[in-house]
Design a protein around this ligand. Structure first.
Ligand SMILES: Cc1cc2nc3c(=O)[nH]c(=O)nc-3n(C[C@H](O)[C@H](O)[C@H](O)COP(=O)(O)OP(=O)(O)OC[C@H]3O[C@@H](n4cnc5c(N)ncnc54)[C@H](O)[C@@H]3O)c2cc1C
Ligand code: FES
Length: 1311
C-alpha cells in the first residue's frame, strides 16, 4: 500500500488543485456542482476497456484528485496559447466571435477539444451532445450552433449536408483563414501512465481514500468499513459532501476493478459491471440496437432515450450505472427503466453473491436500497425484449437538456401472442413518491384487457387514483405531476397502438409519433448586416477573445496568491426575519487554519453601506452576519458552517401579495399620468381587467462575486481587485467602512466574467467585508463566493405583479389604461426605483393613461439592477393587456398592436417626443424576413391537423429608453489617454469590461479619432486611480458616455499634435509623437462628457428622462406539447435598430445574448422561495438558465440599415439591454399555441399566463380532460366510471364532447 498525505483530501478536487496548487487558472470554477461546464478538462486514461488511451471531458470540480491517479489531465493551457501557438479550436471560437465574457470559454474549448480527440469529423449531433454540459450566459450562439460548418464546412458541403448559415454570417470572419486541424500534432498520452494497477491509499485531513486493485480486496475493505462509500464518478457523493455538509471518512474507489467494468452479452440480455460509465452504457446499447432485431431492443432504446436527456456529457463520462441505482434517488432517470424492465442485479459481499430482480421492494425508503452494509452492487443485467413486448421511457423536466426530472417513467407491456390482450403490464414512475414506484394496482387491473380505448379510459382513472401526491409533497407542482402520469401514459398508449397495428397488420386510427418527445432540430442562423470599411463599424474580434479561449485572460480570482494571503467565508443568516440572540463560535474556531472571526464590531468606520442601519435584526436569509478568515477557502467555509447562531424569529414578509396586504412599501411611490383615464373609460366600448406576475431572475454571471483586498501598509492604503461594474462605488464604500479618505483606496478591474447589473451595487456587500478583514489582519484577503452563496446573498431581478384595467373600442383601439406595478424589492430599496413605469405603454399610443409603481419591502435578499432594469417587466404587462384586448375583440393580435402603435413625433406619457422613430420600419422588415403571413397560415393548418401539439406565433415590438435613470449626476464619463514616445497609446476610461465588448468598441473609437490602427492602442484595466468618480457600467449607456469622453481626450491630443502633422505631412504617427515630445508637449489628455439636456421630474411630469430610444421587433414561432407542457423554439427573426453599429459582430452577439437571457426570464428561469423566505433554487442543478437546445432552431438577426442616431458617438446606439424584451415574442407565441389548445376544449377569450411559461404553467393552461381528471375527487372518479360503465353505448359520443376526446375521433388528427 502506498501512502500519500494530502493537505485536505475532501477539498482535493481537481479544479481547486489546478487553480491554487498548480497555478493553472484557465480552468474556471462556475458552480462546483457539475452544472455549468466552466471547469471542463480532458482526462486521458489507459483503462482496461475499451483499448487505451481513452480521452474524455470531465468536470474538474467534481473529479476527486485521487481518482486521477494513472490519468493524464489536459487543461486549456495545455493545448495552445497566445504566446506560443493557438490550437485550432481556440482560434476558431475566438475569431468566430464565440467568446464574450469568456469565463465559460475554456470549458467550451475543452469540451470541443475532447470531442475532436476522439472524433475529428464530428456530426452535428456529436457536437450538440458535447455541449450539453455547458451553460451559456453571454452567448454568441451562432458560433456554437454553426460550429459544424465552421469546423468542416467543406466536408459538410461535399457530403451534401445542408449548411444553413447565410453568407452574411461569414462576413463577420473568414473561415478560410482558420488553421487546419491536424490530429497528428496533439499531445501524446504519457507512456509511463500505462502502469499495472496497485492498491492505492491516500490519507487526507478528514478522509481516507482507498483504491483496491481487485474485487476481493474491495469486498474485504467493505467488510472492514461497512459505512464506506463506493465512489466512481463522485457526481453524487461529491454533491453530498460539498452541499449537504456530509462527511464520509472512508471512500473506496472501485473504478479500475475489471469485474466492475464487465460488459457481456448473455442469453437474456446484456450484463454491465456496476462501475461502467453512462457513456459506455450508451455506446454498448447503441451498438446492440444496430446489430439486433428491433423487437429485442425495446428496453435498450428506452435507456438510450433517457441517457439523451441525462446530465451533460462531462457527467455521463464519469458517472456509473451502479452510482445511479444505489443512490436510490426518487427522480433517478434510469431506475424507472430498470424497474419496469425487471432488470437483474447481482449483489456481492465477502460472504458470496446473490441475484435479485429489480422491483420496487429494492427501494425500502427514501434513498435506501436493500443492499446490506457489507454488500456492493456488482452487475446489472438489462434484458432483451421479446416479440409482442413494447417498452418506452419518458422524462419531463423544466429544461430539456441536462436537467433533473419533474416526472420520469418507464412503461412495459407484453401481449399474448399475436393478440392485443395484455399479458403483463409494468408502469414505473419517478418523481411521484420518495422512491421510484410501480403503479401496481393499475397494472393489475389492466392485465388481461384488450389494448383499446376502454383500457385507456380505465388506465387514466386508475392512475389518477393511484398516483396521488399530498398537496405539500416535496417538489410542489402537484397537479402538474399528477397530470403528467396520465398524459405520459396516453403517449405510451398511442405508441403501443401504432406498433401493435404494424405487428398485427391491422389498421390504426392514431399516428403516435407526434407525441413522443421533441427531437433535435437542425439549427440554422443567419444575420443581415452591412459592413463598413471604416475601423468604426468593422466586426473586429473582442480584444480579449484569444486570451479567453486559451485561459490566459486574468479574472479576479486568477490573480496569483500572495504568500501571506488569507481566505474569507461569509456567515449568513438562515432566517428571513429574526433577532440574533447568540453567536457561538467555539466549534468554528477549532477548525484548523482559522485566523479570525469578524463581526460588525470590527468595522472601524461606518457600517452604513446603504439604507439599512446596523442593528441586531436580520432581514433576509443570506443577510451577512459575520465572516471567518482562515488559511484556505475550505477551512474558512468549514468554520463558517460551524458557527452556531440562535435567533428569535419574527414574521417575515416574503411575497408581493403579503407586502400588499400589510402595506409594506418603500417610498417614494411613483406615478405617471397623461390625459383623463376616467373620461377614457367612459368612451370605451369595452373594459377588461387583469393581472400578471413576472418572476424574478438570477443574474448567473459565470464568474461569481470575487474580491482580493491587499493592504499596502502605509497611510491606510488598500488595493482592491474586485469583480465589479462600479469601481468608484466600491472605492467610496470601502473608504467609508475603513474610516479613511477615498484617496487611500484604489479599486482595479481588469475584466469580469459577466455582470448584467448584478455587480453594480451588490458586489460591494462582499468587497467591503473583505476590505475590513484585510485591514484588521494586515494581510491580503481573498473571497470568491461559491455559486450557491452568491445566489443566496446577492439578489436578482425584481419579481413584478402588474394589475391593469384597459378600456378599448370594438376595433381594438385602446383609449384608456390604468396599470399598477408592484415590485418585490427585498430587504433594501437598493436599485428598485426601476423603469417599469417608463415602459408601461411599450410602443403604443394610449391617449388616457395612468401608471403607479410600488416597491414592496420584503424579507428577501435585496433585489437589484438587471439588464433592462424593470423595463422588460413593464412591457411584459403591456403585451398581456394587448393580447387580452385582441382575444376579446376576436381580432388578430398583430393587427391590434399595429393599430395602437406610436408614430413619429408622438409623445410618450412622460411627454418625451419620439424622434428618429424607426419602429414601423423594424416592424415591416421583421414581418417580411420572418414571412409572418405564410407562417401564420402554416400554423393554422398544423393546428387543425394536430390535437396534442400546437404551434403559436407572436410579433413583439420594443422601445427602450437610453440613459442611466437612477441619478442625473451619473450621466457623465471620463477618459484618460496617454501617448508614449514609441507611439503606443494607453487608453483608460470609466467603463468596465464584462464581456459586452466595451473595451473593443472604445479602442475602435480612439483608433478612428487618432487615425491610428487599433493595434497601437491598449486598455489595461479600469481603475479609480486613473479615471475618478466613474459612473457604474450600466444601463447600456457606457459606449455612448465613455466613447464621447474618449473622443474628447483624443481630440485634445489631435490638436496638440496638429502642428507636427502640418509640419511633416508625410510623417508617420510615431514621427509626430516624437517631435511633439521633444518639443515638450503634454502627450497625456483626459476627456469628459455629460449628456446634455437631461432630467425629469415625476411631480410635474416634465423634462427628458431619456437621451434617445432604441427600437426592435422580433417574431417567434414555437411548438407546444400540450400533454407535457414542453415547448420548442422553432424560429425567431429579430430586426434591431442599433444606429450605425460600432462593431456589428459585438452588437449581434449582444442582441443574441440579450434575447436568450430574455428567453430564460420568460420561459425557463424560476426562483422558488419557501414560505419562510429560503431560496430553494440555488445553483445550476435547481435553477436552469438556457442551454444550447433552447436557442431557436432558426435564429435570424438583422441590424436595421441606414438608421444613424445623432445622439450618440459616431451615430451608434446602445444595444446591451434593449433586445432582451424581444424574448417576450417566445412567451406570447407560447400563449398563442395554448390559445389554440384551449379552443379544442371549447375555451375561448382572455386567460392568465404568468411568467416564466414553465412546462407546468403551459400544461395547466392547456386545460383538457386529463387536467380535469386529476382535479377530480376520488368520489367523482368513481361516479364517473360508474356513469361510463352504465352508458357504454353512448360512450364514444359522450367522450368526444365532454371528456378526453380521444382515439376514434382524434386519431386521424393526432400526429
Ligand atoms: C450535474 C449533475 C447532473 C445530473 N443529472 C442527472 C440526471 O439527469 N438524471 C439522473 O438520474 N441523475 C443525475 N445526476 C445524478 C448522478 O449523476 C447519477 O446518479 C450518477 O449515476 C451517479 O454515479 P456516480 O458514479 O457519480 O456515483 P458516486 O457519486 O460515485 O456514488 C453514488 C452512490 O452510489 C454508491 N455506489 C456506487 N457504486 C456502487 C456499487 N457498485 N455498489 C454499491 N454502492 C455503490 C456510492 O456508495 C454512493 O453512495 C446528476 C448529477 C450531477 C452532478
Ligand atoms: S464549475 Fe464545474 S461544472 Fe460548474
Amino acid at each position: 500500500m502506498r501512502d500519500l498525505k494530502l493537505k485536505s483530501l475532501q477539498a482535493g478536487n481537481c479544479s481547486l488543485t489546478l487553480r491554487f496548487t498548480v497555478g493553472l487558472t484557465g480552468t474556471k470554477l462556475g458552480c462546483a456542482e457539475g452544472g455549468c461546464g466552466a471547469c471542463t478538462v480532458m482526462v486521458s486514461r489507459s483503462s482496461p476497456s475499451p483499448p487505451p488511451p481513452r480521452h474524455f471531458a470531465v468536470n474538474a470540480c467534481l473529479a476527486p484528485l485521487c481518482s486521477l491517479h494513472h490519468s493524464a489531465v489536459t487543461t486549456v493551457e495545455g493545448i495552445g496559447s497566445v504566446a506560443s501557438k493557438l490550437h485550432p479550436v481556440q482560434e476558431r471560437i475566438a475569431r468566430a466571435h464565440g467568446s464574450q465574457c469568456g469565463f465559460c470559454t475554456p470549458g467550451i474549448v475543452m469540451s470541443m477539444y475532447a470531442l475532436l480527440r476522439n472524433n475529428p469529423q464530428p456530426s452535428l449531433l456529436d457536437i450538440e451532445e458535447a455541449f450539453q454540459g455547458e451553460v451559456l450566459r453571454s452567448y454568441q450562439s451562432k458560433t456554437f450552433v454553426c460550429s459544424p460548418c465552421w469546423w468542416q464546412k467543406e466536408t459538410y458541403m461535399e457530403s451534401g449536408w445542408p449548411c444553413t448559415c447565410s453568407e452574411a454570417y461569414f462576413l463577420l470572419y473568414n473561415p478560410s483563414e482558420f488553421m487546419p486541424l491536424d490530429p497528428t500534432q496533439e499531445i501524446i498520452f504519457p507512456i509511463e501512465l500505462k502502469k499495472p494497477l496497485k492498491q492505492l491509499c491516500f490519507q487526507g485531513e478528514r478522509v481516507l481514500w482507498i483504491q483496491p486493485s481487485s474485487l476481493t480486496e474491495l469486498l474485504d475493505f467493505k467488510t472492514q468499513y461497512p459505512e464506506a462509500r463506493l465512489v466512481v464518478g463522485n457526481t453524487e457523493v461529491g454533491i453530498e459532501m460539498k452541499f449537504k455538509n456530509l462527511l464520509y471518512p472512508v471512500i473506496l474507489a472501485p473504478a479500475f476493478i475489471p469485474e466492475l467494468n464487465t460488459v457481456q452479452r448473455t442469453a437474456d440480455g446484456i450484463l454491465f459491471g456496476a462501475a461502467c460509465t453512462l457513456t459506455r452504457l450508451g455506446m454498448v446499447l447503441r451498438d446492440a440496437v444496430q446489430e439486433l432485431p428491433t423487437y429485442q431492443t425495446e428496453v435498450f432504446r428506452a435507456v438510450l432515450e433517457q441517457l439523451r436527456w441525462f446530465a451533460g456529457q462531462q457527467v455521463r463520462n464519469v458517472a456509473a450505472i451502479g452510482g445511479n441505482i444505489v443512490t436510490a434517488s426518487p427522480i433517478s432517470d434510469l431506475n424507472p427503466v430498470f424497474l419496469a424492465a425487471g432488470c437483474k442485479l447481482t449483489l456481492a459481499s465477502k460472504g458470496g453473491k446473490r441475484v435479485i430482480e429489480m422491483d420496487d421492494s429494492f427501494f425500502p425508503g427514501y434513498r435506501k436500497t436493500v443492499l446490506k452494509p457489507d454488500e456492493i452492487l456488482l452487475f446489472i443485467e438489462i434484458p432483451f425484449t421479446k416479440k409482442g413486448q413494447y417498452f418506452s421511457a419518458f422524462k419531463q423536466s423544466q429544461r430539456r437538456e441536462d436537467d433533473i426530472a419533474t416526472v420520469t417513467c418507464a412503461m412495459n407491456v407484453a401481449f399474448e401472442e399475436n393478440t392485443n390482450s395484455v399479458r403483463n403490464l409494468r408502469l414505473s414512475y419517478g418523481g411521484m413518491a420518495p422512491t421510484t414506484v410501480l403503479a401496481k394496482e393499475t397494472c393489475k387491473r389492466l392485465t388481461g384487457r384488450k389494448w383499446s380505448d376502454e383500457l385507456l379510459q380505465d388506465a387514466c382513472s386508475l392512475l389518477a387514483k393511484e398516483m396521488t401526491l399530498d398537496p405539500s409533497a416535496p417538489g410542489g407542482m402537484v397537479t402538474y405531476r399528477r397530470t403528467l402520469t396520465i398524459s405520459l401514459f396516453f403517449k405510451f398508449y398511442l405508441i403501443v397502438q401504432h406498433k401493435l397495428a404494424q405487428d398485427l397488420n391491422v389498421e390504426v386510427r392514431c399516428g403516435p409519433f407526434a407525441n413522443v418527445q421533441f427531437s433535435l432540430y437542425l439549427p440554422s442562423l443567419w444575420q443581415t448586416l452591412k459592413l463598413s470599411d471604416d475601423v468604426v463599424g468593422r466586426p473586429i474580434m473582442h480584444l480579449s477573445a484569444l486570451k479567453q479561449a486559451t485561459g490566459e485572460a486574468v479574472y479576479c480570482d486568477d490573480i496569483p496568491c500572495y504568500d501571506n494571503e488569507l481566505h474569507l467565508a461569509l456567515v449568513t443568516s438562515t432566517k428571513a426575519h429574526a433577532f440574533i440572540e447568540n453567536i457561538d463560535t467555539k466549534e468554528a474556531m477549532c477548525v484548523p487554519g482559522v485566523v479570525a472571526f469578524l463581526t460588525a464590531k470590527d468595522i472601524p468606520g461606518s457600517n452604513r453601506t446603504g439604507p439599512a442601519v446596523y442593528d441586531e435584526t436580520v432581514t433576509c436569509v443570506g443577510h451577512i452576519i459575520a465572516a471567518i478568515v482562515a488559511d484556505t477557502q475550505a477551512h474558512a467555509q468549514r468554520a463558517a458552517k460551524a458557527v452556531k447562531i440562535t435567533y428569535k424569529e419574527l414574521k417575515p414578509v416574503v411575497t408581493i401579495q403579503e407586502a400588499i396586504s400589510c402595506k409594506s412599501f418603500y417610498q417614494p411611490t411613483r406615478k405617471i399620468e397623461q390625459g383623463n383615464i376616467e373620461e377614457g373609460f367612459k368612451k370605451a366600448d369595452h373594459i377588461l381587467e387583469g393581472e400578471m406576475h413576472i418572476g424574478g431572475q438570477e443574474h448567473f454571471y459565470l464568474e461569481t462575486n470575487c474580491t482580493l483586498a491587499v493592504p499596502r501598509g502605509e497611510d491606510g492604503e488598500m488595493e482592491m481587485f474586485v469583480s465589479t461594474q462600479s469601481t468608484s462605488k466600491t472605492q467610496m464604500l470601502v473608504a467609508k467602512a475603513l474610516g479613511v479618505p477615498a484617496n487611500r483606496i484604489v479599486c482595479r478591474v481588469k475584466r469580469m466574467g459577466g455582470g448584467f447589473g448584478g455587480k453594480e451595487c451588490r458586489s460591494t456587500i462582499l468587497s467591503t467585508v473583505v476590505a475590513v478583514a484585510a485591514q484588521k489582519l494586515k494581510k491580503p484577503v481573498r473571497c470568491m463566493l461559491d455559486r450557491d452563496e452568491d445566489m443566496l446573498v446577492t439578489g436578482g431581478r425584481h419579481p413584478f405583479l402588474g394589475r391593469y384595467k384597459v378600456g378599448f373600442m370594438k376595433t381594438g383601439r385602446i383609449v384608456s389604461l390604468e396599470v399598477t406595478y408592484y415590485s418585490n424589492a427585498g430587504n433594501s430599496a437598493d436599485l428598485s426605483l426601476s423603469r417599469a413605469l417608463f415602459h408601461m405603454e411599450n410602443c403604443y399610443n394610449i391617449p388616457h393613461i395612468r401608471g403607479m409603481g410600488y416597491m414592496c419591502k420584503t424579507n428577501l435578499p435585496s433585489n437589484t439592477a438587471f439588464r433592462g432594469f424593470g423595463g422588460p417587466q413593464g412591457m411584459m404587462v403591456a403585451e398581456s393587456w394587448m393580447g387580452d384586448v385582441a382575444l376579446h375583440c376576436g381580432l388578430p393580435v398583430e393587427q391590434v398592436r399595429r393599430l395602437n402603435m406610436y408614430k413619429q413625433g408622438d409623445r410618450t406619457p412622460f411627454t418625451q417626443r419620439l424622434e428618429q422613430f424607426t419602429i414601423d420600419r423594424c416592424w415591416e422588415e421583421c414581418l417580411s424576413i420572418s414571412q409572418y403571413n405564410q407562417r401564420r397560415k402554416a400554423i393554422e393548418q398544423f393546428n387543425r391537423q394536430h390535437r396534442w401539439k400546437k404551434r403559436g406565433i407572436a410579433v413583439i415590438p420594443t422601445k427602450f429608453g437610453i440613459t442611466l435613470t437612477s441619478n442625473l449626476y451619473s450621466i457623465q464619463a471620463g477618459a484618460l489617454v496617454h501617448v508614449y514616445i514609441d507611439g503606443s497609446v494607453l487608453l483608460t476610461h470609466g467603463g468596465t469590461e464584462m464581456g459586452q465588448g466595451l473595451h473593443t468598441k472604445m479602442v475602435q473609437v480612439a483608433s478612428k479619432v487618432l487615425g491610428i490602427p487599433c493595434s497601437k492602442i491598449h486598455i489595461s484595466e479600469t481603475s479609480t486611480s486613473t479615471v475618478p468618480n466613474t459612473s457604474p457600467t450600466a444601463a447600456s449607456a457606457s459606449s455612448d458616455l465613455n466613447g464621447m469622453a474618449i473622443y474628447d481626450a483624443c481630440q485634445t491630443l489631435n490638436q496638440r499634435l496638429q502642428p507636427y502633422k502640418t509640419k511633416n505631412p508625410k510623417g508617420t504617427w510615431e514621427d509626430w509623437v516624437k517631435a511633439a515630445y521633444f518639443d515638450r508637449v503634454n502627450l497625456s489628455a483626459n476627456g469628459f462628457y455629460k449628456t446634455p439636456d437631461m432630467g425629469y421630474d415625476f411631480e410635474t411630469n416634465e423634462g427628458k428622462p431619456f437621451n434617445y430610444f432604441s427600437y426592435g421587433v422580433a417574431c417567434s414561432e414555437v411548438e407546444v406539447d400540450c400533454l407535457t407542457g414542453d415547448h420548442k423554439n422553432l424560429h425567431t427573426s429579430i430586426v434591431m435598430d442599433v444606429g450605425n453599429s460600432l462593431n456589428p459582430a459585438i452588437d449581434i452577439g449582444q442582441v443574441e445574448g440579450a434575447f436568450m437571457q430574455g428567453v430564460g426570464l420568460f420561459t425557463l428561469e424560476e426562483l422558488l422561495y419557501s414560505p419562510e423566505g429560503v431560496l430553494l433554487t440555488r445553483g445550476p442543478g435547481m435553477y436552469k438558465i438556457p442551454a444550447f437546445g433552447d436557442i431557436p432552431t432558426e435564429l435570424n438577426v438583422s441590424l436595421l440599415r441606414d438608421a444613424p442616431n445623432e445622439k450618440a458617438i459616431f451615430s451608434s446606439k446602445a444595444v446591451g439591454e434593449p433586445p432582451l424584451f424581444l424574448a417576450a415574442s417566445v412567451f406570447y407565441a407560447i400563449k398563442d399555441a395554448i390559445t389554440a389548445a384551449r379552443a379544442e376544449s371549447g375555451l375561448r377569450g382572455p386567460f392568465r399566463l404568468d411568467s416564466p411559461a414553465t412546462p407546468e404553467r403551459i400544461r395547466n393552461a392547456c386545460e383538457d380532460s386529463f387536467t380535469k381528471l386529476v382535479r377530480m375527487t376520488p368520489l367523482f372518479i368513481v361516479a364517473l366510471c360508474f356513469f361510463i360503465f352504465s352508458h357504454k353505448s353512448s360512450f364514444t359520443l359522450w367522450l368526444d364532447f365532454h371528456w378526453i376526446r380521444i382515439c376514434c375521433v382524434l386519431g386521424s388528427r393526432t400526429q
